[in-house]
Design a protein around this ligand. Structure first.
Ligand code: PLP
Length: 455
């Protein structure tokens, strides 16, 4: 890098601090500079093509060159490039998007609130839950339950609810009273011989025991991704969500479905909540809401959540929360067009069909010496890498095997993501059968090369 001080790579090293990157390693390794996108592919600045097998960050549902989104943004920019939604102001696109989302909700929802990132939406959900508890005079009802391996973002509140070590270490996070349950990962967490249903029963009991030990009157909400994403694509065991919901209902604890990854088709139905029969009080959405063409996120709250908040805002004089770009008109216009495309082209149906093909293809690799578990639902999947199938162990340094396979995949023209030693696959919803087969073939060759390169 250093021999070309004005190269784009050298300038990135010089001036850009990257999220989720080893900042020291970056000084040597430099960036992979992506220059353009087309369908499920992106191209780097040397013209090399990659299958974007993560749809960016689990988000570019409609692929990388959807002209209709460009047009929707341009038209709205020309008409009203910005307006806010504070102090009773509104505009057409945000009203239309609110109505659209409430209409799409799998259970009756009352209002939509707009934010700019998944983390902000999670933050907002937490703040509204505390606000509601205070509104109800339940000042003790503040504790939040999450699961191990949870990912709910990186703002201070979001990171506190996230259960991944790198999001906590050295950050001095300050949200108290977060209770962490066992991750619903049967392959890793179940006892020998325990069926999925028995495992789910045990996790529901752990939840109930925790609530009783803490005092149900102190527990406000349970946050959960229908399928845990960044924690390793953890598909819940059979009957898990039914059993968890029974416990939450019994103790009057709100359920927040973090649909940031699952929402808008990823699991083969419109929402993860539909796939798993989840009836949330609050739904948090982002990513495929706008296919990430512009930053967009939102939450929906039901009437049970809205009513006390409405009363409290009246007592105080305002709901003292919101962002300059909450409900941004250009973002809302792009999101509306994006949702129209998802519906018109039945990308949810395609996710179900192509997801099955992807999972069949990955399952065909189950005998490969480096494959421990294949898991997935719809178009989100992971291959857990091991070097010893019996002990389910990978290389001594956690993440080293994932990094090795990832490097070979990148070489083979696949952008995936190693979550420790699980390789995630979450391609755009528009992927075709031939493209799925190509992805699986490239993965097989990457695994073979990684196996040959093992120390
Ligand atoms: N919640 C879930 C389930 C996510 O996967 C993510 C991001 O990947 C977030 C929240 C945070 O979203 P953002 O990165 O937009 O803040």
């Amino acid at each position: 890098m250093n021999d070309k001080p004005n190269s784009i790579e050298a300038r990135d090293i010089a001036y850009h601090l990257h999220p989720y990157t080893n900042a020291k390693k970056h000084l040597e390794a430099g960036p992979l500079v992506i220059d353009r996108g087309e369908g499920i592919y992106v191209y780097d600045n040397n013209g090399k093509q990659y299958i974007e097998a993560m749809a960016g960050l689990w988000s570019v549902g409609v692929g990388f060159n959807e002209k209709r989104l460009v047009k929707a943004a341009t038209q709205q920019m020309e008409k009203l490039p910005y307006y806010h939604t504070f102090t009773h102001k509104s505009h057409g696109p945000v009203i239309e998007l609110s109505e659209k989302l409430i209409g799409m909700a799998p259970v009756p929802m009352s209002k939509a609130f707009f934010t700019n990132s998944g983390s902000e939406a999670i933050d907002t959900a937490l703040k509204l839950i505390w606000y509601r508890s205070n509104a109800l005079g339940k000042h003790e009802k503040k504790k939040i339950i999450v699961r191990n391996r949870a990912y709910h973002g990186v703002t201070i509140a979001g990171a506190c609810l996230t259960s991944l070590p790198a999001n906590h270490k050295s950050f001095d996070l300050i949200v108290p009273n977060v209770l962490r349950m066992t991750a619903p990962h049967h392959w890793r967490e179940a006892m020998p011989g325990e069926s999925e249903e028995e495992f789910a029963t045990r996790l529901a009991k752990e939840l109930e025991d925790t609530i009783l030990a803490e005092g149900p009157e102190t527990v406000a909400a349970f946050f959960g991704e229908p399928v845990q994403g960044a924690g390793g694509v953890v598909v819940p065991p059979a009957t898990y969500w039914q059993k968890v919901q029974e416990v939450l209902r019994k103790y009057d604890i709100l359920l927040v479905a973090d649909e940031v990854i699952c929402g808008f088709g990823r699991t083969g139905t419109m929402f993860g909540s539909i796939t798993y029969g989840i009836e949330p009080d609050i739904m948090v959405m982002s990513k495929q809401l706008s296919s990430s063409y512009l930053p967009a996120s939102a939450l929906m709250i039901n009437e049970k959540v809205f009513q006390p908040i409405m009363e409290e805002s009246d007592r105080i004089g305002t709901l003292g929360h919101g962002y300059t770009a909450s409900g941004h008109p250009v973002v809302a216009a792009v999101a509306l067009e994006n949702l129209k495309i998802i519906e018109e082209r039945d990308l949810v149906g395609n996710a179900a069909a192509m997801g099955k093909r992807l999972l069949d293809g990955l399952n065909a690799l189950a005998d490969h010496p480096l494959v421990g578990e294949v898991r997935g639902v719809g178009l989100i999947a992971a291959v857990e890498l091991v070097t010893d199938k019996a002990s389910k162990k990978a290389l001594e340094t956690p993440g080293a095997l994932g990094a090795l396979v990832n490097a070979h995949l990148q070489e083979a023209g696949v952008i995936s993501r190693a979550m420790t030693d699980a390789m995630a696959f979450c391609p755009p919803l528009i992927i075709t059968a031939a493209e799925v087969d190509d992805l699986v073939a490239r993965l097989k060759s990457g695994l073979d090369k990684a196996l040959a390169a093992l120390p």
